[in-house]
Design a protein around this ligand. Structure first.
Ligand SMILES: Cc1cc2nc3c(=O)[nH]c(=O)nc-3n(C[C@H](O)[C@H](O)[C@H](O)COP(=O)(O)O)c2cc1C
Length: 343
């Protein structure tokens, strides 16, 4: 079986060079903004600043968990973190599991806090590791590695089921998450990786004491497809391709979780590829919008390339808000600006 570091390297290569996105859409295509020909504001009145878990942010975006570990991961993380700091948005790192066992991998995570001292940064580990002997000591270590503002625990049962040697022991995890959420002393956040969070799971997570949930729904990066592309056995590859489109579309997961948990900070991610779609997610109740794959190839190039993508999203979001007459994100959310798309 391949090492965690080797697996991460393959994930990066595949995500950079292969078609890893789902064919099916995110569900946001079912909504359309009600255009206001008399918005009664000017574009410069639009304010997209927000707050998340007590921190002020310049824009309602978060760079979702991606990488670390591999040498290439260090440069990618440096570019992502520098862009996050320059633009005033938070960043989450990729799984730090490899760095717990291999000290030489730590620098690729540590660099994030070095170049992003002014914005929230979040650590990341698989929740299922809590069933494999990981506890508060390991979680504190990954937090310490980047002086993180909080920790994302990722829930990825589909990916683990397709991956050779994947960790599929999800028994009693909600209880284990509750134990660490209570004991860690920093916020614990939970996320999927592209298959969505149901209202039942959202409720379990809320009862366990998580501080925020990233629904990371279907319609973007497909981890089942990525594992299928890596699989050596034909049966594993076939299973991965069969489930390549599996999951709750991002828009549906967001709407269901928002209805279940009106007060929970929610992040919408999974297939959000432009600022109009980001605006729809915010109007449907997301507190932040998360981006992973659209930033990866830019981050392989430079900080400026990452900033360009994020600034395009911000420009599109601002224009959408101007065109519905929403001065700020509160007005975008409260204003009932979305209608069902006519077919
Ligand atoms: C290259 C790459 C690596 C990722 N690694 C992680 C990870 O280590 N931990 C995690 O929680 N999510 C990871 N993700 C999942 C993303 O954080 C996100 O939930 C998912 O890709 C959906 O967003 P997208 O459609 O914008 O890519 C990764 C995504 C990509 C593209």
């Amino acid at each position: 079986m391949k090492s965690t570091t080797e697996r991460k390297r393959e994930h990066l290569e595949i995500c950079l060079h292969e078609p890893v996105e789902m064919e099916r859409p995110t569900g946001f295509e079912h909504y359309r903004f009600l255009h206001e020909a008399l918005p009664e504001i000017a574009p410069e009145d639009v304010d997209i600043r927000t707050a998340f878990l007590g921190r002020e942010l310049a824009m309602p975006f978060i760079i979702s968990s991606m990488t670390g570990g591999a040498a290439r991961g260090l440069e990618i993380n440096r570019h992502l973190a520098a862009a996050a700091n320059a633009l005033g948005i938070p960043m989450a790192v990729g799984s730090q599991r490899a760095a717990l066992r291999h000290p030489e991998a730590r620098q690729s995570f540590g660099v994030v806090r070095e170049v992003a001292p002014d914005v929230p940064v979040y650590a990341n580990l698989g929740a299922a590791q809590l069933n494999r002997g990981y506890g508060l000591a390991e979680l504190r270590q990954v937090i310490g590695m980047i002086d993180a503002d909080g920790l994302f625990l990722h829930l990825n049962p589909l990916q683990e089921a397709i991956q050779e040697g994947g960790n599929t022991d999800y028994r009693n995890l909600a209880v284990r998450i509750g134990e660490v959420a209570r004991g860690l002393g920093r916020p614990v956040l939970a996320k999927e990786v592209g298959a969505g969070i149901s209202p039942r799971t959202a409720r379990l997570l809320s009862d366990s004491g998580v501080a925020a949930i990233d629904v990371s729904g279907a319609g973007g990066t497909s981890w089942s497809k990525i594992e299928a592309l890596r699989a050596e056995e034909p049966a594993r590859r076939q299973l991965g391709l069969r489930f390549a489109e599996w999951g709750i579309p991002t828009a549906q997961s967001l709407v269901l979780c928002r209805a279940e948990l009106p007060g929970m900070p929610l992040i919408a991610s999974g297939g959000i590829r432009d600022g109009i779609t980001a605006a729809k997610a915010l109007a449907l109740g997301a507190d932040l919008v998360g981006l992973a794959l659209p930033l990866l190839s830019a981050a392989d190039v430079s900080q400026e390339a990452v900033e360009d993508v994020l600034l395009r999203f911000a420009r599109e979001l601002r224009l959408a808000m101007f065109l519905v007459g929403a001065r700020d994100l509160g007005e975008l959310r409260r204003g009932q600006h979305l209608v069902a798309e006519l077919s």
